[in-house]
Design a protein around this ligand. Sequence first.
Ligand code: ZN
Ligand code: ZN
Length: 410
Amino acid sequence: MDRRKILLLIFDGLGDRPIPELARQTPLQTARKEHLDWFAANGVNGLMDPIAPGVKPGSDTSHLALFGYDSRAVYTGRGPFEAAGVGIPVRRGDIAFRGNLATVDSKMRVTDRRAGRIKDGTHDLAAALDGLQLDGGVRVLFRAGTEHRAALVLRGAGLSPHVTDSDPHEEGAVVASVAATESNGGATAHAVNAFTRECFRILKDHPVNMERAKAGLPPANMVLLRGAGIVPDLEPIGERFHLKAAGIAGVGLIKGMCRAVGMDVLEVAGATGGLDTDMVAKANAALEALKTYDLVAVNVKAPDVCGHDGLANEKVRTIERIDAMMATLKIGLGPEVVLAATADHSTPVMLKDHSADPVPVLIFGEGVRVDDVQKFDEISAAKGGLGRIRGLDLLPILLDLSGRSEKFGA
Ligand code: ZN
Ligand code: ZN
């Protein structure tokens, strides 16, 4: 069989649990999604544990697994991926953090962890912090991502990722003083705490925040940091699986995941990573990319946002918009493409956080053993022909179905 192409659709946080508001059904069971169901009915289905049963995945560890990397062996923290995603050229020895633009009061109490989900002016705020020199010869590289998201890289001698977060992870708490978690973390902790002080000093009177005050919006006068890490040494996906691969994503973290494994990141106008993202534009970009790439991975962040915000009906509507994306793909996909649709983890609306619940996965394409499953949801998928797989199994299965696997043995 000729080598075929692979389209990997990752609907972030799509999996869910029964919700009282939805008559104890999941958003996937509730949503009207005839095209997604068409792919399920004409494909093979199953459940997938992104990392392993009972392990609650982050988006980063799960995407690594879906891209064919054993995240438990290679993962060094989320910060480096976030930094790569917003375009910071991270170097070996740099320490990268994930950040949130946030609102604090004069006592450093966090009143809004996302500064009102700030959208405008974030790059101006970031520019005011980028290039700062801290005590001990530590240089700050800082960029804004989507909405309130940002990334920080500290560059200098003697730095280590073994420090706590400055993010207290809850509103009402004060910005945490960063401490070393291992003996070599002292210089980094010192630098991060200096950065926190500089942040408030520089941002509190920044013109962007003056404008926000006039408009009655919370100021973005702090950066909360978490997930320190060094960029892991990952074998590029092109060498590992002999694939020319591209990624399409709205949010910085996922773009960074794609870049970190050696995928080209394709920019799509209207792909925001938020609820307003243009999913049909992503589908069209994927169809175009499949003409030149062997593997195209697409992340749609919106279901995860609904899960974290506890919005059951919004998650249902998001799935219905995903269905419009599937309609576009149904028309545009040729027989040379094997399609997989799944999630990187569940983000149950009732939990407002990720859970270890396995996610539905479907594979559609020429040669796939079509099972009896008629609908794409967590309950139907459990009866499918794929059974229950792990995230790390998915790409090898897709490589085989696309005629790209190598024989194990003679
Ligand atoms: Zn995720
Ligand atoms: Zn999430």
